[in-house]
Design a protein around this ligand. Structure first.
Ligand code: ZN
Length: 480
């Protein structure tokens, strides 16, 4: 088959103009006012897509490489304000949540020594779903490093949106692996956000329940977790029923939206917007973390929903429009070509850029041949819809009822300054020093430093030397 380049745009595609009749989502066509364009930072740990869980394992980190290729192919790197190759998370950073013994195990176990470590492998649940693979610990540190750097950038208030598609590993527990996840980068990221932001809302649209994150914050009212997922009782991980709402002071600060197979675009987006709008009104989050697991798309290898990429992206757009500092991470997604399309589209949504439906030519063209190199192939209709209008209304009523119990925006004072605030401030200054978009004079910059009472230039330079490597607009190409 020969690829013929066509020039029509996403919004011209007939597939996306038929919502209502067939329940497909509409393209997002809003014009973004340039004066209100949010600052977007993108975290891509170099080499993260080269890891392999194993030939037959459904989790393919290669989807991250494909995503990056499409993001660049579309030229979105020109629209993203900052692109970073974040530093690996340190052991101490991982131990901010995880047990020391577990991290010690992850740092030592290899495919070569796994036989002699069998007893530990079993006790930390690194079997079947969570195999031991080469450079596994580095993979975990990359994913977590991305979410930590994203969280810190948000805390420093030098970005409005921070994207880490290599993050989103929501099943990992404090002391064990679960569901393809070893280190919970989301929990680590939220812990970092809590140093600065009083209330963090976590939203999870992966088809699986966000159990690891829910569990970590089940007893607190500073983090509200909201998970939309398939729930049958025996579908992995088996948790996330409507009645689970948090405990102790965290009671009512956890919300589960259990769904059945085959949910359509219209049903999902209607429910999502209703729930998230009400949650935002009641909880008034000061920051939001959104897990965009793409296994909720139709035709996913492990999933059973009927969502289009446009509807998945519509949820992301709805959260973006809340205009709250936002961290966006990946998650599940096992039909690799569709995961990369989805996260590319969502990157475009977050930077406010419309994309043509024709995929850009990349070295990965063969992955997209069977769907004629379209960004939005038809994904819906494979699975019979087991949800009904009545079942969704029941969920909505229950959610509304639960939200009435929510104290309106608990006032939490921040009494403590985070211990590494200085480092963040130094990073912020580094960014401003390196910022060539705004032609600030050095005198103006020094004035800025003095106003903020932060380290001298020598200290800043030290932070630049040891800190996060900025990749720059063109640099993402070199990360492939
Ligand atoms: Zn999943």
């Amino acid at each position: 088959m020969v690829r013929i380049t066509q020039s029509y745009t996403f919004s011209d595609s007939p597939y996306f103009n038929d919502r209502g009749v067939h329940g497909h989502a509409q393209p997002i066509t809003e014009r973004v006012n340039p004066h209100s364009t949010p600052i977007v930072s993108y975290y891509f740990p170099k080499g993260v897509g080269e890891h392999h869980y194993g030939q037959y394992h459904p989790m393919k980190p290669h989807r991250l490489t494909l995503t990056n290729a499409l993001v660049m192919g579309y030229g979105l790197d020109k629209k993203i304000h900052n692109i970073y190759n974040p530093p690996l998370a340190s052991r101490a950073e991982l131990e901010a949540y995880h047990d020391q013994e577990y991290i010690d195990f992850l740092s030592r176990v290899t495919p070569q020594n796994q036989t002699e470590m069998k007893h530990l492998i079993d006790s930390f649940n690194c079997t079947e779903d969570c195999p031991i693979f080469a450079d596994m610990f580095t993979f975990c540190r990359m994913s977590a490093g991305g979410s930590l750097a994203a969280a810190r950038k948000l805390c420093a208030r030098t970005t409005d949106i921070a994207i880490n598609w290599s993050g989103g590993l929501h099943h990992a527990k404090r002391g064990e692996a679960s569901g393809f996840c070893y280190v919970n980068d989301i929990v680590l990221g939220i812990l970092e956000l809590l140093r600065y932001f009083p209330r963090v809302l976590y939203i999870d649209i992966d088809i699986h329940h966000g159990d690891g994150v829910e569990h970590a914050f089940y007893h607190t009212n500073r983090v509200m977790t909201v998970s939309f997922h398939k729930y049958t009782g025996d579908f992995f991980p088996g948790t996330g029923k409507l009645e689970d709402n948090g405990a102790g002071v965290g009671k009512h600060f956890c919300l589960n939206v259990p769904l059945q197979d085959g949910i359509t675009d219209d049903m999902y987006t209607t429910l999502f917007k209703h729930v998230i709008e009400n949650v935002c009104q009641r909880f008034q989050p000061s920051a939001i973390v959104m897990q965009c697991g793409a296994d909720s798309l139709g035709l996913d290898r492990l999933g059973a929903f009927n969502l289009s990429i446009a509807a998945h992206g519509e949820c992301v757009n709805f959260v973006r429009m809340q205009k709250v500092p936002l961290m966006v991470v990946g998650g599940g997604g096992y039909t690799v070509k569709n995961v990369s399309r989805c996260w590319t589209y969502e990157t475009s949504v977050l930077v406010g850029q419309q994309l043509p439906d024709e995929l850009p030519a990349t070295v990965y063209d063969s992955w997209f041949r069977d769907s004629q190199w379209k960004l939005h192939p038809p994904l819906t209709g494979r699975v019979q819809n087991q949800n009904t209008a009545a079942s969704l209304q029941r969920i909505m009523r229950a959610v509304d009822q639960k939200l009435r119990y929510l104290e309106s925006a608990p006032s939490i004072q921040m009494n403590e300054l985070p211990p590494n605030l200085e480092k963040w401030l130094a990073e912020e200054l580094k960014d401003e020093l390196m910022d060539t978009r705004e032609d600030r004079s050095m005198a103006q910059k020094m004035e800025l430093f003095e106003q903020r009472g932060v380290p001298q230039v020598a200290d800043v330079q030290e932070a630049v030397d040891v800190g996060e490597a900025e990749v720059g607009e063109e640099g993402l190409r070199q990360l492939q």
